[in-house]
Write a protein that binds this ligand. Structure first.
Ligand code: ZN
Length: 290
C-alpha cells in the first residue's frame, strides 16, 4: 500500500512538473525554436523536427532562386552591343575589322579605323560604264545601280558627273597634302581623310558634281543644286548613301558636311540606313562593323 501510494505520489509529482512546464516558459526560451517545427511537423514526430526543419527550408529556397536568375542572365548575349557607344571623333590608326574585299558594304572607315595601304580592289572599272564621266574608277559591283541612278537623275533634270572616285592609298597621300597646303592641317582633317582612312580607297565611293559644273565644294552648298538635291533625296533608293550628312556632321561623322560624297552599300543596307535616320558611320558601328 505504501509502495502504491509512493508510486501515485511520484506519478502526480510528474504530472505537476509536466503541467508546471508551461508556467516556466521564461526559463525555457530555447524551446521557441520549436516554432520552426510546425512546418516540418507534418512530416515527422516532435523530436526530429528541429533537425529536418533547418536543412529542408534552406536547400529548398537557395537553389530555386539562384538557378533561375543565372539562366536568365545569359540571354544578355546581346554582346553585339559589345561595340559600345559610337566613339567620339579622334585621329588614330586602327585597322578596321571587316576589311576583306567581300566586306565592302560593312567596312567601317573613319578617322580612327583605316584600311591596309595595300587595299586595292581588283575589279575596278571605268565610271563611263555607267554612262558617267570617263577616267574614274569604281568596283564593278556598283555599276548596275550607278547606271540606273545616273539615268534617272538625268531624266529628272539633275544630270550627274563624277569629280572623284577610287583613290589608292598613295593617291590619298597627295589628296590630303593638297588640303593641308590649302587650308592647314586642322582644317584638312575635317575636309579630307588621312591615307588609309578614305572611303574612296574602297572603290565604292564617288564625289559627284553637276554635269558641266565645277568641283562641288566650290558651291556654297552643292546639296541645294538640282543634282545635289536630287541625290540627297533619291540616292539611297539605288544603294548609295551620303556619308557626311548635314545634321550629323561633323559631330557623328568626324568630317564636315559633304553633299557630294556618296558611298555604295547596296539597296537593302542603304534603305536600312535611310530608315534609321543615322549617318552611315553610326549605323555601321551599331551593327557590329567593329
Ligand atoms: Zn569624297
Amino acid at each position: 500500500m505504501v509502495l502504491r501510494l509512493t508510486a501515485l505520489v511520484l506519478i502526480l509529482a510528474g504530472v505537476v512538473v509536466a503541467c508546471s512546464s508551461p508556467a516556466t516558459p521564461t526559463g525555457t526560451p530555447a524551446r521557441p525554436t520549436a516554432s520552426i517545427a510546425p512546418s516540418s511537423g507534418t512530416s515527422s514526430p516532435g523530436s526530429t523536427p528541429t533537425e529536418t526543419a533547418t536543412p529542408s527550408p534552406s536547400p529548398d529556397t537557395t537553389p530555386t532562386p539562384t538557378p533561375t536568375p543565372k539562366p536568365t542572365s545569359p540571354p544578355t548575349p546581346t554582346p553585339p552591343a559589345s561595340s559600345g557607344a559610337l566613339p567620339t571623333c579622334a585621329y588614330k590608326d586602327v585597322l578596321t575589322t571587316h576589311r576583306a574585299y567581300a566586306d565592302w558594304a560593312v567596312t567601317l572607315v573613319d578617322t580612327i579605323y583605316r584600311l591596309p595601304s595595300t587595299y586595292v580592289p581588283s575589279d575596278l572599272v571605268n565610271t563611263s560604264k555607267a554612262g558617267l564621266t570617263s577616267g574614274f574608277y569604281v568596283r564593278g559591283l556598283v555599276i548596275d545601280d550607278l547606271t540606273t541612278m545616273a539615268a534617272d537623275a538625268r531624266a529628272a533634270g539633275a544630270r550627274l558627273a563624277v569629280e572623284s572616285a577610287f583613290r589608292s592609298y598613295k593617291t590619298q597621300i597627295g589628296t590630303f597634302d593638297y588640303w593641308v597646303n590649302l587650308a592647314g592641317y586642322e582644317a584638312a582633317l575635317l575636309a579630307s581623310a588621312r591615307p588609309g582612312h578614305s572611303e574612296h580607297q574602297l572603290g565604292t565611293s564617288i564625289d559627284f558634281k553637276s554635269y558641266g559644273g565645277s568641283a562641288p565644294w566650290n558651291s556654297d552648298d552643292w546639296g541645294t543644286t538640282a543634282a545635289g538635291a536630287w541625290m540627297a533625296t533619291n540616292a539611297w533608293k539605288y544603294g548609295w548613301v551620303m556619308s557626311y550628312p548635314p545634321d550629323s556632321s561633323p559631330a557623328l561623322t568626324c568630317y564636315k558636311y559633304e553633299p557630294w560624297h556618296f558611298r555604295y552599300v547596296g539597296r537593302e543596307t542603304a534603305a536600312a540606313m535611310h530608315d534609321s535616320g543615322q549617318p552611315p558611320r553610326q549605323w555601321l558601328w551599331e551593327h557590329g562593323a567593329i
